[in-house]
Design a protein around this ligand. Structure first.
Ligand code: SF4
Ligand code: SF4
Length: 384
């Protein structure tokens, strides 16, 4: 894997990244990760960004755990504040980060009361020209009132509506904001709460934007529970540098609104898993911590489209399967319902993500690979 990365670095070494076409830019972004990307092109980026006006970001929190903010704060090389500064981004509003900074931020009152935050937000919305980052789903229940999801005296639905309508673009960050995520987990109160993603809820297109009649905003989905900091910062960089045309996102997003460079439609996580050799040889663990492939203890990676296995987490240190945990498909639209039970082999479950496993297999990884996988599983079972 290390040599694969070195080859990529060699391949992109002498590029003037700002002059290359969008496809090559996105390829470099996907292949290198934020750390290598910024260290390789830092000077070029700094020069280019000096000519750009500051990009304003408004970051809202709906129904969520703030894990995606924490994930962004875990970014390394560059760190969160450094990345914003490198990208000439001004984080104008973020409820969990701005509040502790004191009474004044840039001369405006914030954090002293709900009201001050509200005044600040209204001023920013009125001025317009910002990228809206939405973290968390948006409550529509009960009965379309949105009152299940209040911030101060306002529904989050109404706060989202005013911010979304005046935004230049919307980034839905994390699986709650993109598809509902953990807030749409099947339970007795799911219908009553009616949580929604920005543009989609589970596998149903539309989301809160359809309810509010917002149809003309560019929306980029960056799912993940949480989302990877690289996915966020590199998307923001590509937007700011004009490498993503907000008026035409069709070529770069997949059917679920995700950038194909980070969530490749033609590859699965399983392709590059560090445990893949065990899978191919049929060394399938029956219990955790046996050191082999995690398929039989519930790994969903053969059905998942994300580059976690190449990019890895915590500054390129590890990823779920490497650390011994099966992939639970946290980037897919119908996480978590479709990937439960988490620790049960999927072939034995018969259905995955709500549809027949054969259909998913053909769509997601190709019949040949599934056949090989099923064969490996069956072979081991037979031998026992
Ligand atoms: S099934 Fe999971 S643990 Fe096994 S090789 Fe594939 S991705 Fe890795
Ligand atoms: S490996 Fe799977 S569960 Fe882990 S972060 Fe990636 S998509 Fe999510």
């Amino acid at each position: 894997m290390a040599s694969e990365k070195l080859n990529m670095i060699e391949q992109f070494k002498n590029l003037d990244i700002l002059k290359v076409d969008r496809r090559t830019f996105l390829k470099a972004v996907a292949a290198l990760g934020a750390t290598s990307f910024v260290s390789m092109y830092g000077t070029q980026l700094a020069d280019a960004l000096a000519a750009f006006p500051q990009t304003k970001v408004l970051w809202l929190h709906g129904a969520e755990c703030t894990g995606c903010s924490e994930s962004a704060l875990n970014a390394a090389n560059p760190e969160f504040a450094e990345a914003l500064s490198n990208l000439n981004v001004s984080l104008e509003y973020h409820e969990t980060l701005l509040a502790p900074q004191g009474i004044f931020v840039d001369g405006k009152l914030v954090g002293t009361s709900d009201l001050n935050g509200e005044i600040l937000l209204d001023e920013l919305v009125k001025a317009g020209g910002y990228v809206l980052v939405v973290e968390g789903s948006i409550g529509n229940g009960p009965d379309g009132t949105g009152k299940i999801n209040m911030i101060g005296t306002h529904t989050f639905k109404s706060i989202y509506e005013k911010c979304a309508k005046n935004a230049a673009a919307i980034i839905a960050l994390g699986t709650c904001a993109t598809y509902g995520g953990i807030t749409v987990t099947d339970c007795d109160t799911k219908k009553y709460c009616d949580f929604m993603g920005v543009n989609q809820t589970e596998d149903k297109k539309g989301g809160m934007n359809a309810v509010l009649g917002i149809s003309n905003k560019p929306v980029i989905n960056l799912p993940g529970c949480p989302a990877h900091p690289d996915w966020f910062f590199l998307t923001v960089a590509a937007v700011i540098l004009g490498k993503i045309n907000l008026n035409d996102l069709s070529g770069i997003l997949d059917d679920d609104g995700r950038p194909k460079v980070f969530y490749p439609p033609n590859n699965t996580l399983h392709d590059n898993c560090p445990r893949r050799g065990f899978y191919d040889r049929g060394v399938l663990d029956e219990r955790f911590a046996e050191g082999g492939c995690l398929w039989k203890v519930g790994c969903k990676a053969p059905y998942v489209h994300a580059d976690c296995a190449l990019r890895k987490w915590n500054n390129g240190t590890s990823l779920c399967m490497q650390a011994g945990g099966p992939c639970i498909a946290c980037v897919e639209p119908i996480f978590p319902n479709g990937s439960m039970p988490y620790f049960t082999e999927r072939e034995s479950a018969g259905v995955l993500f709500g549809i027949n496993i054969g259909t998913v297999a053909a769509l997601a990884i190709g019949a040949a690979v599934v056949a090989a996988g099923v064969h490996a599983v069956r072979r081991v079972n037979k031998e026992k």
